[in-house]
Ligand binder design. Structure first.
Ligand SMILES: NC(=O)c1ccc[n+]([C@@H]2O[C@H](COP(=O)([O-])OP(=O)(O)OC[C@H]3O[C@@H](n4cnc5c(N)ncnc54)[C@H](OP(=O)(O)O)[C@@H]3O)[C@@H](O)[C@H]2O)c1
Length: 250
């Protein structure tokens, strides 16, 4: 089957779809034929994405929710199953990164990253997993990071959340793969040009400056990796993809 229509008939739920990697992934999954359920907090951005996909002949709906609120997440999943009958693909992409030296003891930022990057992933897992087990199939894509393999200064806690996502992904393969036919992929991007640091303008400016002579990844580059993983034949579980800019020295 060609990749162009390889996901026809599949229902894909994408978190963090209002921007960056999630938005590009929603577009790419829709282009590959999936019906996309795009979720995040910013309704206007989701609405723009959904009308763009539908205008181009794809199929998408939006549902606003905060990944830190388990009740809201359960509602997104229940409404999706009621409307579409199933969820074949979950892309757990919503995430935040707060950079600060560990000695700053910035426990508010640490907690926020744990709440979104780990607990948010668990909330969606918990809500979607029973449906996938009942179906006897499904694909969970967790967006980790190169930082989930190797921390860097200022990002110890961020890296810890992405190590957790990688450990979870590995464990899910062991528990859900052979027993339930559910595939799990941990996508580990290097530096991607997005708004991830938009709420830390000084850090964002410093990183942009450091990358002026180097090519970053674009969100579409990561989306392509995700489509590759979920378009692989059912008996193939692409467990991890590390995708870095060619110019990234770390
Ligand atoms: N950019 C990189 O270099 C890079 C590298 C490796 C991994 N990643 C990972 O890639 C993922 C996507 O990041 P990005 O770079 O695309 O950043 P982004 O452009 O800032 O997008 C982040 C997305 O997460 C959503 N989000 C954040 N907090 C949320 C919450 N509490 N509830 C629901 N949605 C929430 C945002 O939507 P709303 O604000 O509308 O809710 C937005 O759609 C993250 O997990 C990040 O850690 C990024």
């Amino acid at each position: 089957m060609s990749q162009a229509q390889s996901l026809l008939g599949k229902v894909a739920l994408v978190t963090g779809a209002s921007a960056g990697i999630g938005q590009a992934t929603a577009r790419s999954l829709a282009e590959a034929g999936a019906h996309v359920v795009a979720t995040a907090r910013r309704e206007d951005r989701l609405e723009g994405l959904v009308s763009e996909i539908n205008c181009k002949g794809g199929s998408a709906v939006s549902r606003t929710a905060d990944v830190t609120e388990p009740g809201a997440i359960q509602q997104v999943v229940s409404e999706t199953v009621a409307e579409s009958g199933r969820i074949d693909i979950l892309v757990n992409n919503a995430g935040i990164m707060r950079i600060s030296d560990i000695t700053e003891n910035n426990i508010e930022d640490w907690t926020a990253m744990v709440d979104v990057n780990i607990k948010g992933v668990l909330h969606f897992l918990s809500a979607v997993m029973p449906n996938m087990i009942q179906q006897g199939s499904g694909h969970i894509v967790n967006v980790g990071s190169v930082a989930g393999r190797r921390p860097f200064p200022g990002a110890s806690v961020y890296a810890a959340t992405k190590f957790a996502v990688r450990a979870l992904s590995w464990g899910l393969h062991l528990e859900l793969g052979a027993a339930h036919g559910i595939r799990v992929t941990d996508i580990q991007p290097g530096y991607v040009s997005t708004d991830l640091l938009a709420d830390q303008p000084e850090t964002q400016a410093a990183w942009s400056e450091a990358w002026t002579e180097r090519r970053t990844l674009e969100p579409e580059d990561v989306a392509r990796s995700i489509v590759f993983a979920v378009s692989s034949p059912d008996h193939v579980s692409v467990s991890e993809i590390l995708v870095r800019p060619t110019d990234q020295p770390t």
